[in-house]
Write a protein that binds this ligand. Structure first.
Ligand code: ADP
Ligand code: MG
Length: 378
C-alpha cells in the first residue's frame, strides 16, 4: 500500500512538472542595499511575473515563470524550488542555477546567511527529512563540491595539500569523462558520504570556506568562478531491492557582467572572457534543450560538460536570474533578463489560449490536491 501511495504521489508530481515545464526560469530582484545611492530612482517595475525596465528608448518587458520582488524572502523562494527538489528524490537529475551580475544576490539565494539560510542548506534539510519519513525505501546521500575557474576544475572538499606547490596536481585540473551510458564522471573528485544533516552541513561549510580562501593571489576571484555543489542520491526499494540514482546540482554561477566593455585588462580580462564563454555555452545548451531537437552543444565549456547528464531530456532545470534594482546597473540588468528570456520554454503562458490555460490550472490544482492526500496518507 505504501508503495502504491508513493507511486501515486510520484505520478502526480511528474504530471505537475510536465505541465509546468522541465525548464523553468525565475527572476529575483535584489532589494536596495544601504550602500546604494539614489534609491529613489528605480528603473525597474514589476507586476505579477513580469519585469519592466525603463530605458531611454522606451520600456522593455520580460516575463518569467515566477518573479520574486525585492521584498521576497528566502522562504518564498524555497517554497517554489521545493517541488523540483522532490523530483530529485524521485530519480530525476536536477540542476538549480543562480545567474546574474556580481552583487545581485546569487550567493545570498544559494547559501544565504545564518539567520536567512538559502537554497542549499534548506535543500539539505528537506532531503533528510523526506528520507527519514520514507518507509518503503532507504535513501543515501553523498556530496561533492567543486569550483570551475578559467576552465580548471578544483575540488573544494579534498584535503588541503601540505605544500602549495602540490596544489595544482592534487586538487586542480580534474578531468571530465563520460562513460558509455552517457554518465559524467569527474576523475578524482572527492565524494563524501553524508549520513545525516549535521555531517552534510559540516562538509558544505568546509567547501564554502575552501572557495573563499582559494586563489589568494587574485582579488575577488570567487565572483569569477562557478561554484557547484552536487548531491548524489541513491534510493533502494525495500520490496524488490531495486536501486535508483539521481543527482542534484546546485550552482552559484560566476558573475555575468561583460568585463570586455568595462575596460578590463590582463588577468581580469581573461577571467571575464572565461566566464562569459561558459555562460553563453550554458545558454546555448538550454536553448537547444528547449527546442527539443538536434544537436546540444555540451562540448563548448567545462561547465556544460560537467552538467551534461543533468542538463538533458528528462532532467529538471531551474534557472534563477538575479538583477539589481539600481539605475547604474540597468545595462547589465537588460543583458541578464535577455539571457533568462532565451532560456525560457518556447511556449510562454501568455501564448496559450485562455480556455486551455484554465484547464491547465484546474488540472494542476487537482494534481496538487491528489499529491497532498497521498503524502498525508503515507
Ligand atoms: P553575488 O553572489 O551575486 O555577487 P551576493 O549574494 O554576494 O551577490 O549579494 C551582494 C550583497 O547583497 C550581499 O551583501 C548580500 O547580503 C546582499 N543581498 C543580496 N540579495 C539580498 C536580499 N534578497 N536581501 C538582502 N540582502 C541581499
Ligand atoms: Mg557570489
Amino acid at each position: 500500500r505504501q508503495k502504491l501511495l508513493n507511486e501515486q504521489r510520484r505520478e502526480a508530481l511528474n504530471s505537475i512538472i510536465d505541465i509546468k515545464g522541465n525548464i523553468r526560469v525565475f527572476c529575483r530582484v535584489r532589494p536596495f542595499l544601504s550602500r546604494n545611492r539614489r534609491k529613489n530612482i528605480n528603473p525597474i517595475s514589476t507586476s505579477l511575473d513580469k519585469v519592466v525596465v525603463k530605458l531611454s528608448g522606451g520600456a522593455k518587458e520580460f516575463e518569467f515563470d515566477k518573479l520574486f520582488q525585492q521584498e521576497s524572502s528566502q522562504e518564498d523562494i524555497f517554497t517554489e524550488v521545493e517541488p523540483i527538489l522532490s523530483s530529485a528524490l524521485d530519480g530525476h537529475n536536477v540542476c538549480v542555477l543562480a545567474y546574474g551580475q556580481t552583487g545581485t544576490g546569487k550567493t545570498h539565494t544559494m547559501d544565504g546567511a545564518l539567520d536567512k539560510p538559502g537554497i542549499v542548506p534548506r535543500a539539505l534539510e528537506k532531503l533528510f527529512s523526506h528520507a527519514s519519513r520514507d518507509k518503503s525505501s532507504s535513501v543515501t546521500f553523498s556530496m561533492s563540491m567543486l569550483e570551475v575557474y578559467m576552465g580548471n576544475l578544483r575540488d573544494l572538499l579534498a584535503p588541503k595539500p601540505i605544500c602549495r606547490m602540490h596544489e595544482t596536481s592534487a586538487r586542480c585540473n580534474l578531468n571530465i569523462q563520460t562513460d558509455p551510458k552517457g554518465l559524467v564522471e569527474i576523475e578524482g573528485l572527492l565524494e563524501v558520504q553524508i549520513p545525516n544533516l549535521g555531517k552534510a552541513k559540516w562538509w558544505y561549510n568546509k567547501g564554502r570556506r575552501s572557495r573563499s580562501t582559494s586563489w589568494t593571489n587574485v582579488n575577488e576571484t570567487s565572483s569569477r568562478s562557478h561554484c557547484l555543489t552536487r548531491i548524489s542520491i541513491v534510493r533502494k526499494w525495500d520490496l524488490d531491492a531495486k536501486t535508483e540514482s539521481s543527482k542534484l546540482w546546485m550552482v552559484d554561477l560566476g558573475g555575468s557582467e561583460r568585463l570586455l566593455k568595462t575596460g578590463a585588462i590582463g588577468q581580469t580580462l581573461d577571467e571575464g572572457r572565461a566566464i562569459n564563454l561558459s555562460l553563453s555555452a550554458l545558454g546555448d545548451v538550454i536553448a537547444a534543450l528547449r527546442r527539443k531537437r538536434g544537436h546540444v552543444p555540451y562540448r563548448n565549456s567545462k561547465l556544460t560538460q560537467i552538467l551534461k547528464d543533468s542538463l538533458c531530456d528528462g532532467s529538471k532545470v531551474l534557472m534563477l536570474a538575479h538583477v539589481s534594482p539600481c539605475e547604474e546597473d540597468v545595462a547589465e540588468t537588460v543583458c541578464s533578463l535577455s539571457f533568462a528570456k532565451r532560456a525560457r520554454a518556447v511556449e510562454s503562458i501568455r501564448d496559450i489560449p485562455e480556455d486551455l490555460k484554465k484547464l491547465r490550472e484546474k488540472k494542476l490544482a487537482e494534481l496538487e490536491k491528489h499529491m497532498k492526500e497521498a503524502e498525508e496518507e503515507s
